[in-house]
Design a protein around this ligand. Structure first.
Ligand SMILES: [Zn+2]
Length: 344
């Protein structure tokens, strides 16, 4: 990647209306069987085209083949019973009915590897693939087998490592692990969360990223954000250890959040996906707003390490809004690119 400020999306993009209901999480599929398989592939192709038309440099599948960023991965594993459900508190924030771990968790077959190959075949651009992180996976399950969050996370880390190695072999350039749970369970993150994540990336030669955000723009998250006060310093608890870790890239929520940008200084040396697009609002940022966020970030990130991105996934947004936001991201990055070129 030689482009300065290569743009990317932090996660999911909205699905076409014919594939799933719009503007909601866990949206049920509208197609079935062979039609669903074909429909998911078409949606992936369409999502790629939309990213390319918006000028995005590091493209993804837009998570078009997944119903949810955590559960879809878990559905492909053994040891988890999706009919046996328990209500648990997710991210210490909201209650949800989740599946139960009833036995040893294993991955008997690849989960997203064919999808990644399908994407790879359609573009020469760098591609990024998102997987759930181990701590976020265990936070979305009820465990009736291991009796230890750490032990279960470690098992998942091994499984993620198998998947990640196959994704890399399929031509993925960046593997991103989504760990919103890192913003909540600070002690666990520092005790074993980052170690489990490093276990998931063991032996990889492609770039690795960790995405830590304040969540999708759903009500449970926006309500929670209201309780966090005027300054969100959660990143401060985990950045020192992340800085020491083997992860290459850290993906953060910055725009419109109350995260003091100077906290990014704590991960100096890492590549940083700077969230310059608010995913909790349907208002489309102006390129100038995006440029402002990037300029501020540049005080704490070396230019060659700055990757303009969205705060989080955009699955719950309308498609035209998401398209507009991606285009604004590209235009904002271009403003700062030009400024830097004339000042150097
Ligand atoms: Zn996120």
């Amino acid at each position: 990647m030689t482009t300065l400020f290569p743009t990317t999306s932090a996660g999911s993009l909205p699905k076409p209306l014919w594939l799933a209901e719009s503007e909601k999480l866990w949206s049920p599929w509208k197609l079935q069987d062979a039609e669903l398989t074909e429909g998911k592939k078409d949606a992936l192709t369409l999502s790629l085209a939309e990213q390319q038309r918006a000028g995005i440099d590091i493209v993804s599948d837009g998570e078009q083949t997944r119903q949810h960023f955590v559960t879809t991965f878990i559905e492909h594993l053994d040891g988890v019973d999706f009919d046996k459900r328990e209500t648990v508190r997710i991210r210490d924030r909201y209650d949800a009915s989740v599946p139960t771990v009833v036995g040893a968790v294993t991955r008997d077959k690849p989960v997203f590897v064919a999808d990644a190959g399908f994407l790879r075949a359609q573009t020469d651009q760098p591609i990024k693939w998102a997987l759930p992180g181990p701590m976020t996976m265990i936070d979305t399950l009820y465990d009736a087998h291991y009796g230890s969050r750490e032990k279960l996370a470690w098992e998942f880390a091994g499984i993620l490592n198998e998947e990640a190695k196959e994704l890399q072999a399929a031509g993925v350039d960046i593997i991103q692990f989504d760990e919103p749970a890192f913003n909540v369970f600070f002690d666990d993150v520092n005790d074993w969360g980052i170690a489990a994540l490093e276990r998931a990336t063991e032996g990889l030669t492609c770039q690795t990223a960790v995405h830590v955000c304040y969540g999708y723009g759903i009500k449970a998250n926006t309500d929670w954000k209201k309780t966090l006060g005027s300054e969100w310093r959660q990143y401060e608890q985990i950045f020192p250890k992340i800085q020491q870790s083997s992860l290459d890239i850290v993906s953060l929520e910055c725009h419109h959040s109350h995260v003091p940008m100077e906290l990014i200084e704590l991960i100096r040396g890492k590549k940083v996906m700077v969230g310059a697009i608010d995913v909790a609002s349907a208002d489309i940022e102006s390129p100038e707003e995006v440029a402002d966020t990037l300029r501020t970030a540049l005080q704490f990130v070396d230019a060659e390490n700055l990757i303009p991105a969205t705060n989080c996934g955009m699955a719950p947004l309308a498609r035209d809004v998401a398209r507009g936001k991606l285009a604004a991201l590209t235009a904002g990055a271009e403003i700062v690119r030009r400024e830097l070129a004339t000042s150097r």
